[in-house]
Design a protein. Structure first.
Length: 257
């Protein structure tokens, strides 16, 4: 089930099924995720949304007893194909988790860590990446005078935006976010959402929101999943105001979930 979009597809999920042992997590899911937009994956707990997110940058590779069928492509290249370097894929496809996980050390070191690990030593390039990524994550103005202070001294909302900046420093093409504001206060949540609206101009964003309300606020496109199946995939404006499937209607109006 795919919906035509004005932007070309950056990621294609093609008849993907996935199981953890005897548990079927995804069932024949097909959708095209457009470039330069925010696509949300939402549904009740256990619907498969986080599993799908993790498959897009192969985070489940080391999980034993799993089975994947179908294809996932990035710019029409099968990301599970032979010859694909997982480290390079994860540089192109960054991920931010629900709980902020800043590294021990200073704010500056957190942001430039990935670049240094990739062999970047040029101070000018590192400084440019520091300023750019913190600005994109809407954090620069709050930390520019304390870049050498401990990252763990930041508030929860600031730590989450720091983790977003750390991903952006590597200039990924895709940013995956798994409920990145689930533990944040409303003000911090609003700042993260504002930064995402700006970031979609340069990146493709796929997000599991922490609530239906957030999904409706942030989604350019929305995919509703239930019991591992894709029920409906449309523009956010259409899906949240005029869902075609009764199960989608029931979920977004709170009748179950």
């Amino acid at each position: 089930m795919t919906t035509p979009t004005p932007n070309p597809a950056k990621i294609r999920i093609e008849a993907v099924s996935y199981s953890y042992g005897a548990k079927q997590a995804l069932r024949d899911v097909t959708l095209a995720i457009p470039a330069h937009a925010v696509t949300v994956l939402f549904g009740p707990a256990g619907c498969g949304k986080t599993t799908l997110l993790r498959l897009i940058n192969r985070l489940n590779d080391l999980v034993d007893g799993t089975r994947l069928t179908g294809r996932i492509t990035l710019d029409d290249q099968d990301i599970y194909g032979s010859g694909v370097a997982v480290s390079q894929l994860r540089r192109r496809v960054g991920m931010v988790f629900a709980l902020p996980l800043p590294l021990p050390g200073a704010i500056r070191e957190n942001v430039t860590y990935g670049l240094k690990l990739a062999g970047v030593r040029d101070r000018v390039r590192l400084e440019e990446a520091l300023v750019r990524s913190l600005t994109q994550a809407a954090l620069w103005d709050e930390v520019k005078d304390r870049l050498d202070s401990p990252a763990l001294a930041l508030s929860g909302g600031q730590q989450q935006r720091l983790c977003i900046a750390r991903s952006l420093a590597l200039e990924p093409e895709v940013l995956l976010l798994d409920a990145p504001t689930s533990g944040l206060d409303p003000i911090s949540t609003d700042k993260v959402e504002e930064s995402l609206r700006a970031l979609k101009q340069s990146y493709t964003i796929v997000m599991v929101p922490h609530s239906i309300q957030q999904a409706a606020r942030i989604a350019d496109h929305a995919a509703f999943l239930l019991d591992g199946s894709l029920i409906e995939f449309r523009s956010g404006a259409e899906l949240f105001t005029n869902p075609r499937d009764a199960r989608t209607q029931d979920y977004i109006t709170g009748r179950f979930g």
